[in-house]
Unconditional design. Structure first.
Lengths: 291, 222
């Protein structure tokens, strides 16, 4: 099979069926735009939940009295535990300062002594910021010598877990639905375009073209349409996000921040969509030779 | 060689052909005659294996209907030239491109394509029309383009399905003469037609398709 001829046929396929090609490109662009917007929303919902999770800390209160050496050894043990991200020591004096900052009163004036124990604030490592991991870590920390008690906002983390599960399930369900709709829509549009070329396909069959030779220009055409549709979707998505940032949060440019690679992924998704769509259409439309 | 052995073919419950046996040898010129709907086109389709017999066997060269694979079907068709009543030319391509198409499809290289297309167009007397679109030439010339396209692969057999069906009597005679000339150069021709007038003028073998059977008939000269 001549590759250059196949490429020429694919490109001239565009020329010969301008309207249906344009329709396929627009269909791919709209499908990908919907998927793209949906993915951006999902990414941001996930990012938002992750940021909340990152703020969750376990407070490990130490038994008193405690020596400098005990504080340091405990720190080493805690830092070595699974799921521990950051470890920050809060001395009695630091705790009193925080109290003053939060309540506006010096605790020494209220009680004549500082009852606040020294503690460690432990941030969870990435991948461990769930209620189940936090609970496991809490149990482990409670068994350590020198630890009086461990506290963290368990219910809060459980609620975040639940919300994340809902977001994940909805994303997955809608993503699959929108993705399948896009494939059906694109394959039908491409099928219409191929249907318009019945005569050329039939003649190719009768003059001895192999199935691969007949299919290849349509597949390449589908991929090219996908790339153009993907490019169009990426461009519109970029403009939409820029507009949304300007309207919603001009002071928070990071709010709808999307990596440049994401736009590349939209174009690649277009190529894949065009390829899958044209493959389905070609398989359904171009019958096996010799019935 | 094309050989039909006890071939039967049905469209659902309707039997089109039953126990058909005949043989066409290289270099033959054979008319397939019969009324419209008698099964002439079905016979041709069985030859280029667009259809498979529901019983019996069709052998075309080294290809056997019962064992040919989907991948081998295109290769069988490259040994045949197929001519249609409705031409099946591509309206948006020139005469040259229409003929060259067959060679592109079969993977022939650039310079060889040019040489063979020009030779083929010359053999049907259409070299001067090579840059025209089908719509810019007459019906008879369009049929000549189809013949050139069928010939360009140097087929062993030329299968023509009502090639004169859309043409006036004079042009039909010209096309028939052209097919005869091609046959004289060694290519076997199988031509389906319901035009008995044309057949009567030629002293060639006739296979008549009637009520699902194929009969070798003698031409009655009056």
């Amino acid at each position: 099979m001549s590759l250059s001829y196949t490429l020429r046929e694919s490109v001239s396929g565009f020329r010969r069926t301008k309207l249906s090609s344009l329709l396929s490109i627009i269909t791919i662009a709209i499908s990908l735009l919907l998927l793209g917007i949906f993915a951006v929303l999902t990414i941001h919902a996930t990012r938002f939940l992750d940021e909340i999770r990152a703020r969750v800390e376990l407070e490990v209160f130490l038994e008193e009295p405690v020596t400098r050496h005990e504080i340091d050894s405990l720190r080493a043990v805690i830092a070595g535990l699974d799921g521990v991200g950051t470890v920050v020591y809060v001395s009695k004096a630091d705790a009193a300062a925080i109290f003053k900052k939060e309540f506006g009163e010096d605790i020494m004036n209220v009680l004549d002594f500082n009852p606040l124990p020294p503690s460690y604030k432990i941030g969870l490592a990435e991948g461990y910021r769930t209620a189940a991991h936090a609970e496991r870590l809490e149990r482990r920390l409670s068994t350590l010598t020198g630890v009086e008690s461990v506290k963290y906002r368990k219910e809060y983390l459980e609620i975040i877990d639940e919300r994340a599960r809902i977001v994940h399930n909805i994303s997955l369900g809608l993503g699959v639905l929108v993705g399948l709709s896009a494939i059906v829509l694109v394959s039908n549009t491409i099928r219409l375009a191929i249907s318009a070329k019945r005569q050329i396909i039939r003649t190719m069959e009768l003059v001895g073209a192999t199935r691969m030779f007949i299919r290849m220009p349509f597949l390449l055409e589908g991929i090219m349409q996908g790339i153009l549709g993907g490019g169009m979707a990426a461009g519109i998505l970029y403009l939409l996000l820029a507009y949304a940032v300007r309207i919603i949060s001009p002071d928070l440019p990071g709010l709808l921040r999307i990596e440049p690679a994401y736009y590349g992924a939209v174009v690649v998704a277009g190529a894949v969509l065009g390829w899958v769509g044209s493959t389905i259409s070609v398989m359904r439309f171009i019958r096996p030779q010799g019935r | 060689m094309i050989r039909f052995t006890d071939v039967g073919f049905r469209y659902g419950a309707h039997a089109v052909l039953e126990n058909v046996s005949f043989e066409i040898k290289p270099g033959d010129f054979v008319f397939l005659v019969g009324q419209t709907g008698s099964g002439k086109s079905t016979l041709l389709k069985l030859m280029y294996m667009d259809l498979k017999p529901t019983s019996g066997t069709v052998v075309v060269g080294k290809y056997i209907s019962s064992s040919i694979s989907k991948n081998a079907t295109p290769h069988l068709r490259r040994t045949l030239g197929i001519i249609f009543q409705d031409y099946r030319l591509f309206d948006d391509r020139t005469v040259y491109e229409n003929v060259a198409f067959t060679l592109h499809v079969t993977g022939v290289k650039g310079n060889e394509i040019k040489k063979r297309v020009l030779q083929s167009l010359a053999s049907v007397g259409l070299s001067h029309q090579r840059n025209k679109l089908p719509a810019e030439i007459s019906g008879g010339e369009q049929q000549r383009v189809v013949i050139a396209r069928a010939l360009v692969n140097n087929p062993h057999f030329l299968l023509a399905d009502e090639p004169t069906g859309n043409l006036d009597p004079t042009t039909s005679r010209d096309i028939l003469q052209l097919l005869k000339d091609i046959n004289t150069r060694g290519t076997a021709v199988v031509m389906a037609t319901h035009n008995y007038e044309l057949v009567r003028r030629m002293n060639e073998r006739i296979l008549q398709v009637r009520e699902g059977k194929v009969y070798d008939v003698e031409l009655r000269t009056s």
